[in-house]
Design a protein around this ligand. Structure first.
Ligand code: ADP
Length: 588
């Protein structure tokens, strides 16, 4: 309860009043006490015992009845001295300070105070020490330079104490009223401040419950009114943003629902947060609840994959997997997504039905294989007849030239057919590699030497460098030779006259690297990603002219991958190309 602003304000008001009253009270009481002390001193020294009165007293002291006459004089001045029940005068003996007479006849003896000691010494004792519980004044009455008597006035200060006490009680009453008034004012002020704040609080709670309807009325023009105005603006902004978001959400939901691809989203805990209709169909689940998180999802698709490995190991990468489910071939793409704080939010899986695509692809490959197979015999026949005719005719006739063209084209066709058959065999898994230990460095050098003549005919220079590391390799020597030959031939084909080709071999950290670089025409950047595709050629006319089929790199890649290696092309148009073959060394 005391934590509320209302109580804090009331408390501050009360503390303020209390401190003001304490300060004022202390000053007041101090001043009153000071006034009384000063008044006592001036009344006696300046107003009563003037030099004239002192002389009168001295004269009386020298008379026959000194005490009687002094008493008489003192009685005359008693009103001026303010003698009453709290203030008395005494006539003391000038040497013993014994009481000889006085206004209070019952007192026979007085305490020897500092002022009396002064008077005994012949000086006026008029010191007012506020810490004493009395105020006194002692006047020496001298005869012939000798202190005979002392006129002594003492005030018990009881009157001062009475007055101070009364004022103090009044101050306490004033304090009490002051506190009540300040508490009341504090209460009113607090209500004035708190009421609009409470209204804001209630509205904020309503907003949190989704009710944006009403606005808070702004009555005044103070800071709280401005805050309320800002709050109203904020409420309408939030309402607008929320309706925008929900509109967007509905749009996305409709798109997801209509998609033929399945979408499943998981959070970092592996709980399913979204599953569209297509995904439900693919998974054979009627409702979202049937899928018990990511592990169950992966198991239903027959994947041995964990959410952690997708979000942490495959950072920001997309992981693609294929699976068979209910006579369907599904391609599943897993992609981690980040939340609004750029942290891992979870994983989205996209399920694509690639059954038809796979079937078509199979049919296409089968067709290509069949056609290539069927074409092989007729092409071989054409080739051999053309060769025979060429061998037979000696003269250089136009017919002979035609036959030469037929032979060259038949050769090209034969090469395409051979390449296609190689790829078909690779696709069908009919092609197996036959591994043996051989010297890969020597083999690479051999290819460079073999093609040196060809290069020279094209006006090119070819060089071989043997780097560090062993040359022995366990693999399929024929296929690797085919790969290296193809890469070096490409360098020769696509490097203009006067160019340089370098072939380098080295082995390092259990990996073999064969690097073929040229300073030829290069490959435009846009073509690089597709360069390993079958039949992909950058400049079709040029490639055909140089006898290319567009299959060489595709075959090279397959062969290299069969050895567990990678092939990489870096190229810049009109600058040159670097092809790197990296193969892991396997222990025999
Ligand atoms: P091709 O039989 O046409 O040479 P490849 O599969 O060997 O087919 O190569 C595909 C395409 O890549 C070629 O058509 C050519 O455009 C390009 N290419 C390959 N190697 C090089 C190279 N060293 N320099 C420039 N372009 C190249």
């Amino acid at each position: 309860m005391f934590k509320s602003i209302q109580w804090k304000i009331i408390l501050i008001f009360m503390i303020l009043t209390l401190s003001v009253m304490i300060v004022v009270g202390t000053f007041l009481l101090q001043n009153i006490s000071e006034y009384y002390h000063n008044d006592f001193a001036t009344t006696l020294s300046a107003q009563t015992f003037t030099p004239k009165v002192t002389a009168e007293l001295e004269r009386a002291a020298a008379s026959d009845d000194p005490i009687g006459e002094i008493t008489e004089l003192m009685n005359i001045y008693s009103v001026r001295m303010g003698i009453d029940s709290f203030r008395n005068y005494y006539i003391l003996d000038g040497t013993t300070a014994e009481v000889l007479s006085g206004s209070d006849s019952e007192t026979r003896e007085v305490e020897i105070t500092e002022n009396i000691v002064f008077a005994l010494d012949g000086k006026v004792g008029q010191e007012v020490d506020r810490s004493n519980r009395y105020m006194d004044f002692a006047l020496p009455i001298q005869v012939d330079g000798q202190t005979r008597y002392i006129a002594y006035v003492i005030d018990s200060k009881e009157e001062v104490y009475d007055i101070i006490k009364n004022i103090f009680i009044n101050i306490l009453w004033a304090l009490l009223f002051g506190l009540l008034i300040s508490a009341f004012l504090g209460f009113i002020l607090a209500r004035m401040i708190i009421l609009p704040i409470s209204n804001l609080q209630i509205r904020a709670e309503e907003m949190a419950n989704g009710d944006f309807g009403q606005k808070i009325e702004v009555r005044s023009n103070d800071e709280i009114a401005k805050l309320t105005g800002a709050f109203n603006d904020m409420a309408s902004q939030i309402e607008k943003s929320l309706s925008d978001i929900s509109g967007e959400k509905k749009k996305v939901e409709t798109i997801l629902a209509q998609m033929t691809d399945g979408i499943a989203a998981f959070d970092m805990e592996g709980s399913l947060v979204h599953l569209n209709i297509a995904a439900k169909n693919y998974l054979g689940a009627a409702t979202m609840e049937e899928i018990e998180g990511f592990a169950d999802f992966a198991e239903r698709l027959g994947f041995d994959i964990s959410l952690e490995s997708l979000t942490y190991l495959e950072q920001n990468g997309v992981v693609a997997r294929e699976t068979k489910k209910d006579n369907r071939i599904l391609k599943v793409l897993f992609a981690p997504y980040s939340d609004e704080t750029e942290k891992n939010g979870g994983v989205i899986a996209v399920l694509q039905d690639i059954t038809e695509q796979t079937k078509l692809e199979g049919a296409r490959r089968e067709f290509v294989a069949n056609v290539s197979h069927e074409l092989r015999t007729p092409i071989t026949t054409i080739k051999s007849y053309a060769e025979t005719i060429l061998d037979m005719s000696e003269e250089d006739t136009p017919e002979k030239n035609f036959v030469a063209v037929i032979e060259s084209e038949a050769n090209r066709m034969a090469r395409i057919v051979t390449d296609l058959l190689t790829l078909s065999r690779l696709d069908n898994g009919a092609s197996r590699i036959e591994k043996r230990v051989f010297d890969l460095a020597e083999m690479t050098k051999g290819v460079a030497e073999k093609l040196a003549l060809d290069a020279k005919n094209h006006g090119l220079e070819i060089s071989f460098t043997r780097g560090e590391g062993a040359g022995e390799f366990f693999g399929d020597s024929e296929r690797l030779e085919q790969v290296v030959t193809n890469i070096v031939s490409n360098a020769i084909k696509y490097t203009p006259e006067g160019g340089k080709i370098s072939v380098m071999y080295k082995s390092l950290n259990a990996r073999v690297y064969i690097v073929v670089s040229d300073n030829g025409i290069g490959i435009p950047e846009r073509d690089l990603p597709r360069i390993f595709e079958r039949f992909y050629r950058v400049d079709k006319a040029r490639s055909r002219e140089s006898g290319g089929t567009g299959l060489g790199l595709a075959i090279a890649k397959e062969f290299v991958e069969m050895h567990g290696g990678e092939i990489d092309i870096k190229s810049e148009e009109n600058k040159g190309t670097i092809v790197t073959i990296a193969l892991p060394m396997v222990q025999v």
